[in-house]
Design a protein around this ligand. Structure first.
Ligand SMILES: Nc1ncnc2c1ncn2[C@@H]1O[C@H](COP(=O)(O)OP(=O)(O)O)[C@@H](O)[C@H]1O
Ligand SMILES: [Mg+2]
Length: 237
């Protein structure tokens, strides 16, 4: 056997021939038509394509929220088909952070309390959760907004809270489905730049979707989806 090469490190995620079929009455729609690719730890990857191309379905499958109709999803070297529901929920809660288009913050909680939530769900003691949440908010530049409720924050600030919440669990992967779709172009660029910085400085692995090709400048890799198929998978030079 030859010495291990970097490529012999197992990928963070491996999708093999993933199909996700939805039945609409008599008709079957393949939101994902049998796609295969891998994501390595440390990547900064965008999935782009028009509305209906399968981006959200792919994020749900990558995030272990949805199960393929056929095919394999391996995460951290583990075949996720072998995980029962409870184990899958726990696996996901510890390894994957999510950011959504609509921010999904709890309106009656402060920014700090929102970021503490996933930690408390995992049983992290209150004091420790508070400290880690505060550090995550500082990391995204919201030092002065720990006590603010979402309705006192701008869209860009809300999405930064959501990114802090995703980071607080120290995930292996952050999945952001159209994180900029509800933001103006300045805030959209700011959110992508923030994710880029966290990737660069802290090694956080990001996959995000967008239908806006203008946001692709800063990514290392872009997967173009069309009709549930990978049209291209390009790495930047
Ligand atoms: N829960 C669902 N039930 C039925 N069809 C769905 C469902 N989710 C997605 N689809 C269909 O799958 C295709 C891809 O959708 P989606 O993944 O949401 O695309 P995108 O995020 O790129 O807009 C679309 O044709 C959509 O109508
Ligand atoms: Mg979508």
């Amino acid at each position: 056997m030859s010495a291990p090469s970097p490529s012999s490190t197992p990928p963070l995620v491996r999708l093999h021939e993933v199909r996700r079929r939805f039945l609409l009455g008599e008709t079957a729609v393949d939101a994902l038509a049998g796609i295969s690719f891998t994501i390595n730890s440390g990547e900064f990857l965008a999935v782009w394509g028009p509305s209906g191309s399968g981006k959200s379905t792919l994020m749900n499958v990558l995030g272990l929220i949805d199960t393929p109709s056929s095919g394999e999803v391996w995460f951290d070297g583990q075949d996720t088909r072998g995980l029962a529901d409870d184990a899958l929920t726990d696996f996901r809660g510890r390894r994957i952070g999510f950011v959504f288009q609509s921010f999904n913050l709890v309106p009656v909680l402060s920014a700090l309390e929102n970021v503490m939530l996933p930690l408390q769900i995992q049983g992290v003691p209150e004091r420790q959760a508070r400290g880690r949440a505060a550090a995550a908010l500082d990391e995204v530049g919201l030092e002065r907004f720990h006590g603010s409720r979402p309705d006192r924050l701008s869209g860009g600030q809300r999405q930064r809270v959501a990114i802090a919440r995703a980071l607080a669990i120290e995930p292996r992967l952050v999945i952001a489905d159209e994180p900029t779709a509800n933001l103006d172009s300045d805030n959209a660029a700011m959110v992508v730049a923030l994710m880029r910085r966290l990737n660069h400085d802290k090694g956080v692995t990001f996959v995000f979707t967008t239908h806006d090709p203008r946001l692709l400048d800063q990514v290392d890799r872009r997967i173009h989806l069309r009709d549930g198929c990978i049209e291209s998978d390009e790495h930047s030079a």
